[in-house]
Design a protein around this ligand. Structure first.
Ligand SMILES: *Cc1c(COP(=O)(O)O)cnc(C)c1O
Length: 432
């Protein structure tokens, strides 16, 4: 997406941004969200509330009031099948069959159960697991715990691909590492949470499969903003959360995908909610896993932390994931062009890959005073987040961010840096 350079079509400042907003097929979605600040560029950490999410939650509360226990069978979306039914609606976003997707647990718990499952069912595969050094830490904590619980020393069996530049992971290094180590499972993120690099899931999956390893992915930073085709590519399993680009609220229930070739495998963290549905209420002594991804549910579905997702998925379906991705790329291309043009002389540089097919939905701007700069922007009503040591992470989420917001962000950032307003920022104790 390089319609900004060399044509320089954006040189007329805010007028360009206004033209893009006027032409934006998704512009109508902005009014359907309640954004708490003037400009909210943190939707990859916690997305804002929408009318659709709120109404779906209220509907679930009303059903509880009116139906009580009958809600399990008589609610508009019966709670007994809630996880499976939301899985059906999510499946197109990750490119899978409905049976291969379910909402359940949290992302971290899903990593525990899926990695544990495939360690247990590893057959002739070695116990080694391949990850990378720029992963979100919870992924490593969970995988290490699963190795430990099976008597494998994580320092020996967790293989970590190193970054060459501290920002990105070279896919060639992942492929080489599958050869160099005894690897049974390759577990990688779709999008790196700091730099925003988008990895090639197909290439990594093929490399894993060629060496008899399984391929699992953490889609936390791509689901809802980047389309996926997990089934076609043959990915073995995946996890993700819904409170980032899918705006389902703080602590929303997470999602998981298991390729249908693995149905019937015994889940590491078994529980009655993953039992074969038809006989679940016979309350048998022994566990029979559902013949679907539903088997990886554990306990009773938390309806209120799943209900907002039902509303949001209608909204996302209406917008269309391809249109969402197209706008996301247009916004991030514009942001990158503005940083290059107007902020490079103020010590800002882009840490995110510039090729559109190598980045997710956010842009990482490096600046030596990133923490104070982020805080100063927040005080001005522009919410971004800081990732240590030097990254201002900026997410122009396509459903509620306008091109003029991106313009205004760069204007404000320019002012903060030029006047050195950040020097008085009070930092150090915030939750990140
Ligand atoms: C946000 C995120 C998580 C969050 O896990 P929770 O269990 O929801 O706290 C996990 N992995 C990655 C890569 C993330 O970006």
């Amino acid at each position: 997406m390089d319609d900004f350079d060399p044509d320089r079509t954006h040189d007329d400042g805010v007028a360009y941004a206004r033209r893009r907003d006027a032409d934006d097929p998704l512009s109508g979605f902005q009014d359907r969200f309640d954004v708490p600040d003037d400009i909210y560029l943190d939707g990859n950490s916690l997305g804002p509330i929408s009318d659709a999410a709120e109404q779906a939650l209220e509907r679930a509360v009303e059903e509880w009031r009116e139906l009580g226990i009958r809600g399990w069978t008589d609610a508009g979306r019966p709670w007994f099948w809630y996880g499976e039914s939301l899985g059906d609606d999510l499946a197109p976003l990750v490119g899978a069959d409905g049976e291969e997707v379910v909402v359940a647990n949290s992302t971290t718990v899903n990593i525990h159960t899926l990695v544990g499952t495939f360690l247990d069912a590893r057959g002739d595969r070695p116990p080694g697991i391949l990850v990378n050094e720029l992963d979100f830490p919870t992924d490593h904590y969970a995988i290490r715990a699963q190795l430990r619980q099976r008597g494998y020393d994580p320092d020996e069996h967790l293989h970590v691909v190193e970054s060459r530049d501290g920002r990105t992971i070279a896919e060639a290094d992942i492929v080489a590492a599958v050869d160099d180590h005894e690897v049974g499972i390759v577990f990688m993120p779709s999008v790196l949470y700091r730099s925003g690099q988008l990895l090639d899931i197909e290439r990594i999956t093929s490399a894993a499969h060629e060496r008899n390893a399984l391929a699992g992915f953490d889609l936390a930073h791509s689901v809802g903003v980047v389309p996926h085709d997990l089934s076609d590519v043959g990915v073995d399993f995946a996890v993700w959360c819904h409170y980032k680009y899918l705006n389902a609220g703080p602590g929303a229930i997470a999602g998981l995908y298991v390729n249908d070739r693995h149905f019937g495998t015994t889940p590491a963290l078994a529980g009655w909610w993953g039992h074969e549905k038809e006989t679940q209420f016979e309350l048998r002594e022994r566990f029979t896993p559902a013949d679907s991804a539903g088997a990886w549910q554990i306990g009773t579905v938390p309806v209120f932390s799943a209900a907002p997702l039902a509303g949001v998925l209608e909204l996302v379906d209406e917008a269309g994931i391809d249109a969402i991705r197209a706008k996301s790329l247009a916004l991030t291309s514009y942001l990158i062009a503005l940083v290059d043009d107007r902020l490079a002389d103020l010590d800002c540089s882009i840490a995110t890959p510039r090729a559109p097919d190598e980045r997710g939905g956010h842009v990482a701007i490096e600046h030596p005073e990133a923490e104070r700069v982020s805080e100063t922007l927040r005080e001005r009503g522009i919410v971004v987040d800081f990732r240590p040591p030097n990254i201002v992470r900026v997410c122009p989420a396509p459903l509620y961010t306008r091109f003029v917001d991106v313009w205004e962000f760069t204007e404000q950032l320019r002012e903060v840096l030029t006047n050195r307003d950040y020097e008085n920022a009070d930092v150090g104790d915030e939750v990140t």
